[in-house]
Design a protein around this ligand. Structure first.
Ligand code: PSV
Ligand code: MN
Ligand code: MN
Length: 388
């Protein structure tokens, strides 16, 4: 049996981080569609993240990407966030957008390019200190396109060297999350293609280095909840970049393509006691809203994570354990499916009312007139990445 009060308490304590880059204009390599009212700078992206928090109550931090969110004074940006009711979350260095990174960043065969990339990572450690952030979130586009292009082993050595120098520079309260990605932009080898590579580097570095699981970065059919269970057991599950995919790294709204997968992931999280903020697993979104309005899409995404979490919390653990202990295959599966098939929208609506927010955040946002105000106020919104 699960009791509603404890389910609600867990949901109330849940924290979901939004990404600054999801609020700017984005698209594919074929077209970036400009939308009206999008933020023109990092401050306005923080404002949009704060709006998502105001309507959901569970998204009190925003991840930033440097230099997309470059400002003169990061302490001031952090103050701006806290005045708006949120804080700056993960710092994401960007070592993939400059021409010099054609052959990679920290794995580049040219030591001068490696130095430039490392300097940026170190700068981001300082930015994290200035903003009071506890997470340095690393993703490398590094890799090769053709067999023989570079030494796979030498590139691993260069990667290890840069990670070590960055780890050594981090203050005690900071964690390094190392994100993996199967392919793209490199098509023959990625230097961190999978959880195992990330995990191996983290083990070498120390306890404050952990793996980041971006749900869109796997081969089709990969059992992501297995990876989650395994990493958590090893104490190396640092956090998530949630999004949905139908084909590759689609960056669609989390829970849109496969809500059942999201539920299975959250089930592993709940079973492992990793939902509580004290467990230090970061639940972050990493999405692009190319054709849909961005703030409501973010609100929807937060609600989707909440719904999957509520269902995972509703799993009758005692019944599940009993069925598992008895080898009752169908019974165990039925316990899980009962929870997944529960309509959790009423309990979430109740919770929101108790939290003093509107039970229907999407409709409330539409009604608020906020979008129309942004359209009137903001002219010439910037692109998520390069134009920012
Ligand atoms: C790469 O595909 C990624 O998932 C990384 O997290 C980047 O920081 C992010 O997307 C934005 O490009
Ligand atoms: Mn990501
Ligand atoms: Mn990605």
């Amino acid at each position: 049996m699960t009791d509603t009060a404890s389910v609600k308490a867990a949901l109330r304590a849940q924290r979901i981080e939004t990404p600054s880059w999801a609020f700017g204009n984005s698209g594919t390599r074929f077209k970036v569609f400009a939308q009206e009212g999008v933020p023109r700078n990092a401050y306005e992206k923080v404002d949009d993240a704060a709006t998502v928090h105001r309507f959901t109550g569970v998204a009190p931090s925003v991840a930033v990407h440097i230099p997309w969110d470059r400002v003169d004074d990061y302490a001031e940006l952090a103050k701006h966030a806290s005045d708006a009711g949120i804080r700056i979350g993960a710092i994401n260095p960007n070592v993939f957008q400059d021409d010099v990174y054609r052959l990679g960043s920290v794995c580049n065969p040219d030591p001068a390019v490696r130095r430039k990339a490392l300097d940026h990572l170190l700068e981001c450690v300082e930015i994290g200190t200035a903003t009071g952030s506890t997470i340095l979130s690393l993703w490398f586009a590094d890799g090769t396109n053709y067999p023989g292009q570079d030494s796979i082993r030498a590139r691993q050595d260069r990667l290890a060297e840069a990670l070590e120098a960055t780890y050594a520079a981090m203050p005690g309260g900071m964690r390094m999350l190392l994100e993996y990605k199967l392919f793209e932009p490199s098509f023959y080898t990625m230097d961190v293609p999978d959880w195992g590579t990330s995990y191996a580097h983290c083990l070498q570095l120390g306890e404050r280095a952990q793996v980041l699981v971006d749900t869109g970065h796997h081969a089709p059919g990969t059992n992501i909840e297995f990876i989650v269970a395994l990493l958590r057991r090893a104490g190396r599950l640092g956090g998530f970049h949630f999004n949905s995919r139908f084909y590759a790294d689609d960056d669609l709204m989390v829970g849109a393509a496969d809500p059942f997968q999201l539920f299975r992931i959250m089930h592993e999280i709940v079973q492992a006691g990793a939902l509580d903020p004290a467990a230090d697993v970061a639940f972050m979104l990493d999405q692009c809203h190319n054709i849909e309005p961005k703030i409501p899409a973010m609100i929807r995404s937060v609600l989707n994570v909440q719904e999957a979490t509520a269902k995972a919390l509703l799993v009758d653990s005692d019944a599940l354990q009993a069925a598992q202990d008895n080898g009752d295959v169908l019974g165990a599966n039925a316990v899980l499916m009962d929870a997944f098939n529960t309509d959790v929208r009423p309990i979430l609506a109740e919770l929101r009312e108790e939290m003093g927010i509107d039970p229907d955040p999407i409709t409330a946002y539409r009604r608020s007139g906020h979008h129309e105000r942004l359209v009137a106020e903001r002219q010439g919104g910037s692109q998520a990445g390069w134009g920012a």
